[in-house]
Design a binder for this molecule. Structure first.
Ligand SMILES: [Zn+2]
Length: 446
């Protein structure tokens, strides 16, 4: 376990308690007893109680089907860059069964002219609904050279839950009804078959593609493995990661662009106040801070990106507050959509083009995870998830960056907090903790 690295943090004490185990910085909270997890998840997801009986997932059965080519040449992306793959700096698995996560080749099919995803997967920003409830048939199985069991289905590569369990050394992998569970002493991961929601230690992530089930095997898209699960579970393996000394804080909106009109004020004013509070917190930690604006002025989105791209060794945090109907509440954190993945917002819902922001996919999701997990663990706020979108400010960014939505100014309960100085100071401190934690998590183990 000594090379195991997780991206978590929940409580400092628990982070320390885990350090002996993983030697790791943790960015996702640990701290959930199994029973607690079940209770909390029942609350959060409003699942019906899980059936008592657990069924072991079939995982070892060799594929009967004719193996598909592991890295079909026709699927190679034509455009640069090659999607990142985790680069182990040390042997991650004593068992040596699986040495590296399979390389992502998703997003390439469309580059070759095939429309993907198919209409069955049509992404509209809402939960993807499948009439078969995520249970599929007819995929072709194969194993790659590192031993990952791959399933090619509907033009897309998937990895099996069994492979995932072995690679990340989860002690158990079980399926209860439509819930797939993975458990180890430090991690509990739960996926819902037919859904894009994934819980890792009770922190919600929205996958790019729904989890499927075929012949009793749970399937995760290879893109989600490479672009979400792996960098979140093993941030120290992110090949592109580099240390940073400066945080670019981008207070959303400003000037004539007031942002959302809230119950107790404008978004642009709250983002600026939070930005100053975060600046103070980060400077206490020895980090340098550059703000894209420090007064109530209008800066174009492009102007913000330009400021960020001029600062070497930096990360970028865009601060926003949300708006919707008065009942919408909670926190969401965005990382830029990977190539070939859907976007909750932005011009194109699925795009085969790689943008500047995609060069930092793994760092982006790790930073989003660190911040989201820290805030969700600290406050009793609704977890709307770590999400993806092609926000303009993230698209052209050359630095790792995220967009944080710290609650709804249109919600009387959220906005009462957002308007309160002491809440924002605490929120800033929590984000500061997350940034320190992210910095530690990227460092090679030991
Ligand atoms: Zn905004």
């Amino acid at each position: 376990m000594k090379n195991r690295r997780l991206l978590l943090s929940r409580l400092p004490a628990l982070g320390l308690a885990l350090a002996w185990l993983a030697g790791a910085s943790l960015v996702i909270p640990h701290a959930f007893a199994k029973e607690d997890t079940k209770e909390e998840e029942a609350k959060k997801t409003e699942d019906k109680p899980a059936p008592k009986k657990k069924k072991k997932v079939a995982e070892e059965e060799p594929a009967k089907k004719k193996p598909a080519a592991t890295e079909p040449a026709k699927e190679k992306p034509k455009a640069e860059p090659t999607p990142e793959k985790p680069k182990p700096k040390a042997d991650p698995a004593p068992e040596k069964k699986l040495d590296e996560a399979p390389k992502d080749v998703s997003g390439s099919a469309k580059a070759n002219g095939k429309m993907e995803p198919s209409s069955e997967f049509e992404e509209t920003g809402a939960e993807v609904k499948r009439k078969d409830n995520g249970k599929v048939t007819g995929g072709t199985s194969s194993k790659d050279m590192a031993g990952w069991e791959l399933v090619h289905y509907d033009g897309r590569d998937y990895v099996t839950g069994g492979s995932l369990q072995r690679f990340y050394r989860f002690e158990t992998h079980t399926v209860d009804g439509s819930s797939a569970w993975f458990r180890s002493s430090v991690l509990i991961m739960k996926a819902n078959i037919g859904s894009q929601d994934l819980l890792i230690n009770n922190i919600k992530f929205v996958l790019s593609y729904p989890v499927l089930e075929m012949d009793g095997k749970v399937l995760f898209s290879r893109l989600d493995l490479c672009k979400l699960i792996d960098p979140v579970l093993r941030p120290s393996y992110i090949g592109t990661a580099e240390d940073f000394s400066t945080v670019i804080i981008d207070p959303g909106h400003g000037g004539h662009d007031s942002g959302a009109k809230g119950v107790y004020g404008y978004e642009k004013d709250f983002t600026l106040k939070l930005a100053f509070q975060l600046k103070a917190d980060l400077e206490k930690r020895g980090l340098k801070v550059v703000m894209t604006r420090s007064t109530d002025e209008f800066i174009t989105l492009g102007g913000r990106v330009e400021i960020a791209n001029k600062v070497p060794h930096s990360i970028y945090v865009s601060l926003h507050f949300n708006s919707a109907g008065s009942s919408a509440t909670g926190i969401e954190t965005y990382a830029f959509s990977p190539q070939g993945a859907s976007s909750e917002y932005g011009a194109s819902s699925v795009d085969s083009v790689s943008f500047q922001g995609n060069h930092r996919d793994s760092e982006n999701i790790a930073l989003a995870t660190a911040i989201h997990a820290s805030v969700i663990s600290h406050f009793k706020l609704v977890d709307r998830g770590v999400k993806r979108a092609r926000w303009y400010v993230l698209k052209g960014l050359q630095r790792p960056g995220i967009l944080f939505e710290g609650g709804f100014v249109t919600s009387p309960t959220d906005c009462r907090l957002i308007a309160a100085d002491n809440f924002r100071v605490e929120l800033a401190h929590t984000i500061g903790d997350a940034i320190s934690n992210y910095k530690r998590a990227l460092k090679p183990q030991r």
